[in-house]
Design a protein around this ligand. Structure first.
Ligand SMILES: Cc1cc2nc3c(=O)[nH]c(=O)nc-3n(C[C@H](O)[C@H](O)[C@H](O)COP(=O)(O)OP(=O)(O)OC[C@H]3O[C@@H](n4cnc5c(N)ncnc54)[C@H](O)[C@@H]3O)c2cc1C
Length: 360
């Protein structure tokens, strides 16, 4: 085990847990700190994309993910109840030609089990408050506790969209937030649609996504008021497992590194869940930044990663606005989607590769 670099990871969500795994593989023994006391029960991210499955494969995690999740092989586009197009994932050039549907809680549980089996320390109930520079190292202060006993060469900010680390470094989080609230349900449903595939339904007022989680529980999300009224005809509604509202932010941190403080995951970028990229991008950040730390090249991280993050957030915004935007152009796209079939063979494979994370 390399002793040279002591590393603290603030935040044990999917980005922080992956960072711990990748660093450990490179010979480091990082410590994770998280303010929560247990993995969140909410299933935010559902889609584990082929890129993440490729990254996790050498560690044996892909086998565990594939055993646990279910394979979604296509996304269908609907204009109301009229079927328009099936974007078939089996046509992509990947070892994993599907989106693996696995609730975020389960992805985190598998990652946590792996890193704990490697002896990595995870300090729960440990809210990071601030860091202080001591010589060339960082001391960290935790809420309601003394300063942590050890000082660190690197701090990893994997502490989510409201990152305290990012705030203390004064790194600007540039972007905007849409005021409109999106509705979300994880709900038991009987519906007359292919439950192995996902569905995007477009309406004049906005759009919705329908993806089956497991058994007869579906994730329904979108910007339609009283969204359950927009389900396919004759749908039978059962128990609600989770109901929430959220607002969409599109933001990218203007620097991903300051000295030896590194931002990854939602601490570095936020965007709509359309496209299923958030968690997957955070895992990619962890992969790239862990290698750069190991190679003493972390000062190159912003230059390498930020242009891709910015273009990705921009594309997610375009897809989200096409599906759900209130502008005249968004409404025209939705109303005319049936007439756009001639351009689908050009556009849809690119959308498919983007969503599956194999665009780069
Ligand atoms: C409805 C919805 C659906 C989504 N669907 C997808 C999808 O299908 N695919 C996808 O890739 N992404 C999806 N996402 C996005 C995904 O959930 C996030 O991108 C992902 O959780 C980011 O992981 P993270 O580890 O960077 O941050 P988080 O998951 O936010 O984890 C941050 C961790 O830091 C801890 N923390 C925060 N502050 C402190 C502090 N001061 N001290 C100590 N600990 C702290 C928190 O307790 C938390 O555990 C979705 C999001 C939503 C809301």
């Amino acid at each position: 085990m390399k002793k040279k670099k002591e590393i603290a990871i603030i935040g044990a969500g999917p980005s922080g847990l992956s960072m711990a795994l990748f660093l450990n593989e490179l010979g480091y023994n990082p410590i994770l700190f998280d303010r929560k006391n247990i993995i969140s029960k909410y299933s935010k991210a559902l889609g584990v994309n082929p890129r993440t499955l490729e990254l996790m494969k050498p560690f044996g995690l892909t086998t565990k993910f594939l055993k646990n999740g279910r394979r979604m092989t296509a996304i269908n586009l609907w204009k109301g109840d009229q079927h328009i197009y099936k974007n078939d994932f089996s046509k992509v050039n990947s070892e994993f030609p599907f989106m693996l549907i696995q609730p975020q809680k389960e992805s985190e549980e598998i990652l946590l089990e792996e890193i704990q089996s490697r002896g990595i320390q995870v300090e729960y109930d440990s809210e990071f408050v601030k860091y202080t520079k001591v010589d060339s190292k960082y001391a960290i202060t935790l809420k309601d506790k003394n300063q942590f006993s050890k000082n660190f060469d690197f701090l990893i900010g994997a502490d989510g969209g409201h990152s305290q680390i990012r705030k203390q470094t004064n790194i600007r989080y540039k972007g905007y937030r849409y005021d409109e609230a999106w509705e979300l349900f994880d709900i038991e449903l009987e519906m007359n649609v292919n439950s192995e595939e996902g569905h995007i339904r477009l309406f004049p007022d906005g759009g919705m996504i329908m993806i089956r989680l497991h058994e007869n529980i579906w994730r329904i999300a979108g910007n339609l008021n009283s969204i359950l009224n927009y389900l396919p005809k004759k749908s039978v509604i059962g128990k609600i497992h989770w109901e929430s509202k959220f607002r969409i932010n599109h933001k990218v941190a203007q620097n991903l590194v300051k000295e030896n403080i590194v931002l990854i995951g939602d601490a570095a970028h936020l965007h709509s869940p359309v496209g299923a990229r958030g968690m997957n991008l955070g895992i990619e950040d962890a992969f790239i930044s862990s290698k750069l730390i190991n190679e003493d090249r972390i000062d190159e991280y912003t230059g390498i990663r930020k242009p891709y993050l910015e273009s990705t957030v921009k594309r997610i915004n375009n897809i989200t606005m096409g599906m759900a935007g209130n502008s005249t152009i968004s409404k025209i796209i939705r109303s005319q989607i049936g007439n756009m079939k001639p351009i689908f063979p050009i556009v849809m494979p690119r959308v498919r590769n983007f969503v599956l994370g194999i665009d780069k």
